[in-house]
Design a binder for this molecule. Sequence first.
Ligand code: G6P
Length: 367
Amino acid sequence: VVVDKAGYKHFMLKEVNEQPTVSAYALAHYVDNETGLIRSEAEDVDFAQASRIVLVACGTAHYACHIAKYWFEKLARLPVEIDVASEFRYREPPLSKSDVAVFVSQSGETADTLAALRHAAPQVGHVVSVVNVTTSTIARESETVLPILAGPEIGVASTKAFTSQLVTLATLAILAARQRGRLSPDEERRLVRVLSEAPRHLAEAIAAAPEIEAAAREMAEARDVLYLGRGPFFPLALEGALKLKEISYIHAEGYASGELKHGPIALVDSSVPVVVLAPRDQLFDKTVSNMQEVMARGGRVILFTDSVGAQTASEGAARVVVMPTCDPFIAPIVYAVPAQLLAYYAAAFLGKDVDQPRNLAKSVTVE
Ligand code: G6P
């Protein structure tokens, strides 16, 4: 298969723009239209008896696991443990047959993730992989393979694979919740409907590209950038910071908003843009007070929120970019778009090699 840029300047931009389409492929695979419920290869996993789910991955896939943790815990009340693959086996974590181990990898060939799978397989109850390449080694060595169906991803920095991993992990969390008696069929149908809105909201978020680009151009002059978020937006902040580092080479750090006062606030002055990812949810007011702490020190807040959030919290922010209003369940999927596009436009503006950043490889097949 020859994959071209289809008129886009970079593969990364093309792949960001493909997200509404490819996330719908994952949904078509995991949603049974007749019943409105999830159907999945993972139906043979015994989540009812599982005592824990262990998620292992590297890079962007690792942050997808951290977002999924909120879903597994909240919906399925299933304890979650997450490791970066390079740490997992050397730590010799205690594992048992009541553990379900899930390995998330776009390529399915990442050496550390594969080694972690081989370390865990004899000890755990069930090995599941969430992969884009279903012919990969990680897929072949798993008992259950969950395809993310994102299509070939060429840009080294992962984008559409990330959101498709999230959609797939969300369906897995719903399935686990059902098996554990935590969801009635009606509640499951509601979550499935909400999840099915992700492609439309992803498209709406992409439509904000001009405003995101304007924010990114200002950010491109900075030496350091902070990303803040609460709940699942904390790992998304980590992912946004990773993206910016990877392709623009600007130093960035992601932090849980509430942790700001325990260190990173010392960095804040008028030269440090602070990106805040925060839809109007139960924690929003707390995030607003964190933003005020930043602004009081001259920090330039770039706020991504929904229209209600923008109405209540714009004062003092250097920039507010309005994101689509969506159910909290899928908001972290939708807000991946600004995290990706900020990095993309900053790197493109600086003339960096967006698709082939220095020192990085698409798939790291050595330890
Ligand atoms: C490399 C890539 C990242 C990717 C990570 C994990 O570091 O540059 O974009 O997230 O590997 O890759 P995987 O194929 O296992 O998801």
